[in-house]
Structure formats: structure tokens, C-alpha cells
Design a protein around this ligand. Sequence first.
Ligand code: KIV
Ligand code: ZN
Length: 521
Amino acid sequence: MSYIKIFDTTLRDGEQTPGVTLNTAEKIDIARQLERLGVDIIEAGFPITSTGDFEAVTKIARELSEPVICALARTSRADIERAAEALEPAAKSRIHVFTSGSKIHLEHMLRKTPDEVIQASIESVRLAREYTGDVEFSAQDCTRSELEFLYRLYAAAIEAGATTINIPDTVGYGMPHEYAELIRKVRDNIPGAGDVAISTHCHDDLGLAVANSLAAVGAGATQVECTLNGIGERAGNTSLEEVVMALHTRRDHWGHETGIRTRELYRTSRMVSMYTGVAVPPNKAVIGENAFAHEAGIHQDGVIKALETYEIMSAETVGRDAGVLVMGKHSGRRAFRKTLSDMGFEFDDERVNTLFKRFKDLCDRKQKVTSDDIRALIDAETARVPETYELLSVQFQSGTGMIPVATVRLRTDTGVYEEAATGDGPVDAVYRALERIAGLPLKLESYELRGVGSGKDALGEVSIRASHTTQHDAQRETQYVHGRGLSTDVVEASARAYVDVLNKLAAGVGRVQGAPQVATP
Ligand code: KIV
Ligand code: ZN
């Protein structure tokens, strides 16, 4: 079996998903989980673009020791030096230098001649090699580029010291057989290509990113660039979980292995969905809610008799169980810890105690507590910050023909406050009342409600993205924050999500977004 490297770009290309911004603490949490998942390379950011990106790359580089930490840079001295500076604390570092390969990009975007692009690439790869022995080189838009130019460009990059050559299908234009052919041609016609790693980077504009990546692997690529849940620019990137499970489930066909601990897939996917606020569609392969659900009677009958009648991989392999009943009102702390451990979570005493308290609160409201509920409790705790604001109670009245009204009580470090407000619906009324107490005007950018499990007493999980704008003299600054709330009552879950946002703003973990300093790829 030969080894395929998994290069995760959730924190870089994934963060380019429209509407997504991750703060540094969230990026570090995701990076730690990616290390647990076993990815080989983490592309942690594009340091020249903002101080936030720079800081995130540096902190991740300092914290993680297993994966290679990679930073993106254009073919410019300033970009490469900034990437190198951000990567300084890394145990293993990579600089990813990129330019463009197609006439369309050269003429309209770079405004450079082919020779100028080659010269800048040579100088940049050489400069990057002064900082690290691991340099990746990419030319955007390879699938719409002239082959002869790509051969010259990549040959020059290899000669200058690139150790991985990445062949991006930046616009998701390639068909699997064409992309495989491109990889083959690159491998066979570029001097030195046999001595470096060949990488794929596919976008999903035509829904072919995973198919194209696999086709490239079949043609000799040894690294796949991908993101959790397939998030990324426009239609997104190759889904890590899909490509990994295709290689794993059909290893008879591919004959390759990866370093991914597949049982960590579901947990990683949920964390990314939670922090980015990008929901996973229920029918999404491998990690969607329905991926292991059997609806038709004939299917149910089949899987009861033998799972393999309709399942090509088991839910457990990707870290899921069927939301089984695991605990009840009478379960004690020791049994709770054992359940966490069986589910793959090892926490310190303090964390177990906090979760146990939340679990007991949940048992008072819900008869059957499932592994899905416990996972949701853990997720809700993961991104917690100190509670400057504590929600004490929410009451509301709404119904046909009446104006919704809500009363909320909130504890802050200066006392307990109560406010009432009316609104366009119960959630709006609650949010207005909370805003009155906190005195922080927030703009709700997105609101999402998801049911955890099934049944009338199912938990409601609310995920919101809000922004807060401040004006200091002539300077306007907008912070973006995600908040999550969990409750069997969806209005209360909504209130909790709002309070989570308030606490994050108070803790200063909002992501400040100003005008980007450079255009991102
Ligand atoms: O899509 C793309 O071409 C990229 C490059 C920076 C690799 O993201
Ligand atoms: Zn990309």
C-alpha cells in the first residue's frame, strides 16, 4: 500500500467560504482536532492578508507538533517573509508559494508575461527555501492553462527547490479523465517531477472535486488538498471525509492508505460546522445526518438482517453511533465519564464536572439522553468563554393574533437585570430584551436551528452569527462572532446563542474584519 498525504486547507481555503470568519481561538481548536484526526499538513492561513491570519498561523505553529504547518504566500518577497515569520515556531513548516498558470489569469489578474511569471516563481521558491526545506508550488487555474507553459513553469519551480508541486483546478472546470491526464502529463513531461510530491487541489463548481481528486490519485498524485465538509471558495473544495472514506472503503481498488483516524471524522466535521456556522446537508456523504439512516421498509429489513445489505461502511468507522440511548436520570458521574470515554472523549475532572451538571439539567427536561445529545452538550461547551453574562431565565408569550412579548433575566458582574420587549416573533422579542440589558447593538447575520436526534423532546441547537460595529474617532471596526445555544426549548436555545455572542465579545474573541489587505486566491 502506498501512502497518500492529506493536506487540510479548512483554515485557509475553507475560511474563504462566503460569510465565514473564524477567530484565533476557534482556529486553534480546529487545528488541534485536525492533529487528532491525523492530517499530514495543515494549511493554517495566509499570513500577509491580516494580522489575525498571521497570529493564527503563529499560534498553531507553536501549539502543534505532529502535522506540518503550512502558510500561503504569493510570489512576492513580502508575502514569503511574512509567511516565514509566522511559521518560525513550527516544529515542521511548509511555505506554499502560488502564482497563476492560465492566460486568463496572467492577462487580467497578474498583468505579467509568462516569462515574468516564471522569473518571479523561481525567485520566490528560492527565497522560501532559505526558510524551510519544505516548499510547495502551485499555479492557479491549471485546468485552463496551456500545457507547454505549465511544463516550463513547474520545471523552473522544481529546479528552484520546490518539493511539492500542486496542480489546482481552481475553478472546478476539469472532468475526471481530463484531470487525470493532466496529472499524468505533468508527471511524465516535467524534468524532476518524479522526485517531488504531486498534489491535487480541486474546487467543486461542477460537483466533481472528489471525483477529480481520486482520478488524480489514480494517475499518480500523492497528496490531496481538501477541507472538512467540503467548505471553501464558491462551491467549495474536495471534501476530506469523502475522499478519505473512498480511499479507505475501496482500498481493494486504490491500494492506498492515509494517516487519517477515520473515527475522528464525524467529530471534526461537527466542530467545523459549529465554528463556521455552515450547516452540513442531511444527505451529505459520510457525515450528513441521513448518511446511515434507512427509511424504506425493505432497506430497514435488510440492515436488521445484515448491515452490509445496504451499508458499505459502518457508522462507527467514521465516529458515529446511531444516537443510541446511553444514559438516564439515574446515571452517576462515573458512568457518565465512562460513556464519554467510550465515545472517544477524554476530559479532565473540571470539564467532566461541568458536562455532568449540564447532562443532569438535561435529564430533568428529557427522558432519554442519547449519544447525540451528549455530543451536542460537548460541542456547546467547547467554545465557551468566561460567563460575563449568565442567562437566568427567559419567558415569552406568542401565538396567533398576538404581539409576541418576552422577558429575560440576565446576571452580569454588576448585578441581575430584567427587561421585557415585544418583537416580530418570540426570538426577536427575546433578542430585543437582551440587547436592552447588554446595551450592545448587534446585527444578526445568520440564524440556524437544528434538531438533535428525533422526538418531541429533541434538543434544539441554535447557531447564530452576529456582528458588532464600533466607531473610534474616524475608525469603524466590525467584529464577527458565532454563538451557539442548546435547549429543549428553541426560544431558550436562541437566547443562549445570543448570550454566547455577548460573552465572546466581552472576552474579546470576536474576529475583526476590515478591508482585506490583499485579494485572496
Ligand atoms: O484554488 C486554488 O488555486 C488555490 C491555490 C492557492 C492553491 O486555492
Ligand atoms: Zn483553492
